[in-house]
Design a protein around this ligand. Structure first.
Ligand SMILES: Nc1ncnc2c1ncn2[C@@H]1O[C@H](COP(=O)(O)OP(=O)(O)OP(=O)(O)O)[C@@H](O)[C@H]1O
Ligand SMILES: [Mg+2]
Length: 227
C-alpha cells in the first residue's frame, strides 16, 4: 500500500555561521490510519520533523512523497493549498483568537481551506461536536478550561477533514487529568480512522500511541512495541 506520507533521506540543516543539522537523513513512512508518537529530548529535532511532515518547512535534501507523489516541484502557493486542505495542526499553546467564539475560531481553518461560505458554520459546529464541545460553540476562549481550549484547537484542525492530524506537544500546557482527556480524544479519533501524529517528550504519553519513533540528535529510529 502506498504510504500517505513518505520521507526518503530527508535532511534539514538550518543555515548559520555554524550550520545546525536538526535532522539527519531520515526515512519514514506514515500510513493512513497510523497513530504515531514522536519522542525525544529537547532540541533533538522533533518539531523540525513535524514541520517537514506538515509541509510547513522544506527539507534541505531528500524527498517528501504525498500519496506516492514527490512534492518537490510544487510552488509555495501549491504547498500552502495542499497543507490547508489535507493537514490539520494542533500546537502546545492552542493559538486561539482570544476575542472570537469557539465557532469562529474553527471557521477560520475553513476559510483558508476554501470551503464554501454557506457550509462553514455547519462544518465548524460538526467539528466542535466531534470533540465534545457541541454545547459551547458560542463560548469565548477565556471562559473555557485549558482542556476545552485545546479541544477547540483540535476541532479547528479536524474541521477541514484532514488526511493527517499533527500535534506538537498537545498536552504540554495541561495538567495530567486534562492531558488524559486530550489523549483519550486522540485515541478515539484514531479508532475512527484518523491518522494522528503527536510529538511529546513524555514517554508515558507516547506509550498511548500505536507506533513510536524516537529522535536522538536528529536521528530518527522506530521503537519496537515491546521496548
Ligand atoms: N529556525 C532555526 N534556526 C536554527 N536552528 C534551529 C531552528 N529551529 C530549530 N533549530 C535547532 O535545531 C535543533 C532541533 O530543534 P527542534 O525545535 O526540532 O527540537 P525539539 O526536539 O522540537 O525540541 P523541544 O522539545 O525543545 O521542542 C535544535 O538544536 C535547535 O536549536
Ligand atoms: Mg519542539
Amino acid at each position: 500500500m502506498t504510504a500517505l506520507v513518505e520521507l526518503r533521506g530527508v535532511e534539514r540543516v538550518y543555515p548559520a555561521v555554524r550550520p545546525v543539522t536538526a535532522l539527519r537523513p531520515t526515512n519514514l513512512a506514515v500510513r493512513s490510519g497510523d497513530w504515531l508518537a514522536i519522542t525525544g529530548r529537547s532540541g533533538s529535532g522533533k518539531s523540525t520533523l513535524l514541520q517537514i511532515l506538515g509541509l510547513l518547512d522544506r527539507p534541505t535534501s531528500g524527498a517528501y512523497l504525498l500519496d506516492g507523489a514527490d512534492v518537490a516541484g510544487l510552488s509555495d502557493r501549491e504547498r500552502t493549498r495542499l497543507r490547508a486542505s489535507r493537514i490539520g495542526f494542533v500546537f502546545q499553546a492552542f493559538h486561539l483568537m482570544p476575542h472570537r467564539s469557539a465557532l469562529d475560531n474553527v471557521t477560520v481553518a475553513l476559510m483558508y481551506n476554501r470551503c464554501p461560505r454557506r457550509l462553514r458554520a455547519a462544518r465548524a459546529a460538526e467539528a466542535l461536536d466531534r470533540v465534545g464541545l457541541g454545547g459551547r460553540v458560542g463560548a469565548m476562549p477565556n471562559t473555557l478550561s485549558g482542556g476545552e481550549r485545546q479541544r477547540v484547537a483540535v476541532a479547528r484542525a479536524l474541521s477541514i477533514r484532514p488526511d493527517l492530524l499533527l500535534a506538537d506537544e498537545p498536552t504540554g500546557n495541561l495538567d495530567s487529568a486534562t492531558a488524559e482527556e486530550v489523549l483519550t480524544l486522540f485515541a478515539r479519533l484514531h479508532a475512527e480512522g484518523q491518522t494522528v501524529l503527536m510529538v511529546t517528550h513524555d514517554p508515558q504519553i507516547a506509550a498511548r500511541a500505536a507506533r513510536r519513533v524516537q529522535v536522538v540528535d536528529g536521528t530518527v529510529r522506530e521503537v519496537r512495541p515491546d521496548a
